[in-house]
Write a protein that binds this ligand. Structure first.
Ligand code: ZN
Length: 91
């Protein structure tokens, strides 16, 4: 089940669904200047990698959704991954 919420800043609906490979823009840019992140792991926490400097951070789901401003591109659907997402990790 996918729920959606309206992002006021971009004025459109973005899914609350999180997929591995999602490229997202955060509200605040990283100190390196980039505000694009790629989701690399989904489990109890969301792991994402900065496109600018490659730094990886872990956020809980709620914090991730709060910081995410925009979904730039969505990762591929993962039917199996949705059941066991912690086993999936990008190289
Ligand atoms: Zn960075």
């Amino acid at each position: 089940m996918v729920s959606w919420h309206l992002c006021e800043e971009v004025g459109r609906l973005i899914p609350d669904e999180i997929r591995i490979g999602d490229v997202v823009q955060t509200r605040k840019p990283h100190p390196c200047g980039s505000s694009e992140w790629t989701v690399t792991r989904i489990g109890a926490d969301i792991k994402m990698r900065c496109s600018g400097c490659g730094r990886v951070v872990m956020l809980d789901r709620e914090t991730f959704l709060k910081r995410r401003k925009k979904l730039i591109s969505q990762g591929p659907p993962t039917d199996i991954g949705a059941l066991n997402p912690t086993d999936k990790e990008m190289p």
